[in-house]
Design a protein around this ligand. Structure first.
Ligand SMILES: [Zn+2]
Length: 469
């Protein structure tokens, strides 16, 4: 059998791995490249295989860097089946539709630019057509096959069986275990997907996995450890209470998927435990986060014991008495009339656009307010500039003073930190080869040296590299 790497190879996004055995071709994830410049170009490059020859896409979870190139795959001729959990299927639909919208808007802006600067040579970089459209996403939904249930094996062919295990990363996330028979030999290969952080609310911890001959393992936080969730929640409550004492509001730039639901969960718990003010106003000011929260409510089969118990008692884990979901732009603008005692969660998490930028424009200069960063922010983003202590920032062409108090709380990650990654690897025995993916070169090097020191065979594949295994 042959294993090849067509994304997340020596980088963090674009997960896409191809396993070929006999006549069967299985893709594990088909994710979008994110976060760098020239993204459309990067994503529009050839896949490195023929989409019309792929029989299955097995999707580990619904983050964009794992599902975001599926519509492109379908557009380029894929006719196989996409298999994932019920929760991932529903979330992937939301994520891919949002992605198509982003690409369509970008193409519109590019079209304007091209019209204005048609003679500019650099304009060749701009494409006036999106890499895929809303229609392409709708078409790709036709290829989602039956949903899988955790730990219930399914047969992909006479010789290949797949089992999804709860990866504890986001709702519906999975590690995928494949058993492949070739002649008389049976080989197992495990794809980690993204490995979850332990003790997260709502969803379960990553479950124990069977031992595998080959492992494809993520290394996102391979060179970093997080603070504990408990510590981070205490910091969050402290920051909110301190801000309210100063007479301001709290603004939290937040990703729509997982982080927003997690924050709602902890805010409810804080109020119930008397650690946060009962009359605190909370706004979830992101249509996508609101939809994701609805989807979270549809999938109690993914809940941990605490949330399952609440569900059994018909108690909503995300309900706060003073919570407003603001889908409309007018409602979002109206939040600006509230000057104190409110927590406003809005996208985007890295402040690269979205409603949070409007809120920051109106409040970043108010010293009684706070901005709490609860997510990772890459270089060059507005979030990173504020975290790094910029005195002023530009928003909508205006220079805005940064006088609000800035907090960075790093323990809410959905990813396992370095210690948990090593523990995860230890729990799966001693594979013949471990392939490291989905990480920065530093993170991969750090995990690789630790694994090698323990006698493991480790490979760090480059893009489109293939291995006979
Ligand atoms: Zn993920």
């Amino acid at each position: 059998m042959k294993l090849s790497f067509h994304g997340a190879a020596r980088e963090v996004t674009g997960s896409c791995f191809l396993l070929e055995s006999g006549n069967t071709k299985i893709l594990i994830d088909c994710g979008l490249y994110q976060g760098g410049k020239g993204l459309s170009e990067e994503n529009a490059k050839p896949f490195g295989f023929k989409p019309n020859e792929i029989d299955y896409v097995l999707l580990t979870h619904a983050h964009l860097d794992h599902c975001g190139r599926i519509p492109l795959l379908v557009k380029q001729g894929f006719k196989g089946k996409i298999i994932t959990t019920s929760a991932s299927r529903e979330l992937a639909k939301l994520v891919m539709l949002d992605s198509a919208h982003v690409h369509e808007e970008e193409a519109k802006r590019n079209a304007k630019h091209l019209k204005r600067y048609s003679r500019d040579k650099k304009s060749k970089r701009y494409s006036a057509s999106p890499i895929y459209s809303t229609l392409d996403v709708l078409n790709s939904l036709d290829y989602f096959g039956h949903n899988v249930v955790y730990e219930k094996s399914i047969k992909l062919s006479k010789n290949i069986t797949a089992t999804f295990f709860d990866a504890g990363h986001i709702l519906g996330s999975a590690s995928i275990f494949l058993e492949i028979k070739e002649g008389r030999s049976v080989k197992n290969i495990l794809f980690s997907g993204d490995i979850g952080n332990k003790n997260k609310p709502i969803i379960r911890d990553p479950v124990p996995l069977p031992q595998a001959d080959f492992v494809v393992m993520e290394t996102t936080y391979g060179d970093r450890s997080h603070k504990s969730i408990e510590e981070s929640v205490s910091e969050l409550y402290l920051a909110i209470n301190d801000t309210f004492k100063r007479g301001g509001n709290v603004y939290i730039p937040t990703f729509a998927l997982e982080r927003a639901q997690e924050l709602l969960f902890f805010l409810r718990e804080g109020v119930e435990q008397g650690k946060l003010a009962r009359n605190m106003q909370v706004f979830l000011d992101s249509p996508m986060a609101i939809s994701a929260t609805e989807i979270y409510k549809h999938h109690p089969e993914c809940y941990d014991e605490q949330s399952a118990k609440m569900f059994g008692q018909r108690k909503d884990p995300f309900a706060l008495s003073n919570l407003s979901f603001t889908r409309d732009v007018a409602e979002s603008i109206a939040i600006n009339n509230i000057k104190s005692g409110a927590v406003v969660m809005a996208g985007s998490g890295m402040c690269t656009g979205g409603r949070i930028c409007q809120h920051l424009k109106h409040n970043l200069w108010r010293e009684e307010c706070s901005v709490i960063f609860v997510s990772f922010a890459t270089e060059g983003t507005l979030a990173r500039k504020i975290i790094d202590g910029a005195r002023t920032v530009y928003l909508y062409g205006e220079e805005i003073d940064v006088r609000a108090k800035v907090y960075t709380i790093n323990g809410f990650s959905a990813h396992a930190g370095r210690d948990e990654l090593l523990e995860w690897h230890k729990s799966i025995g001693k594979p013949e080869t471990t392939f490291l993916v989905h990480g920065t070169p530093e993170a991969m090097a750090s995990i690789a040296s630790e694994l090698k020191a323990k006698g493991n065979s480790v490979k760090i594949p480059g893009l489109h590299e293939d291995y006979d295994i």
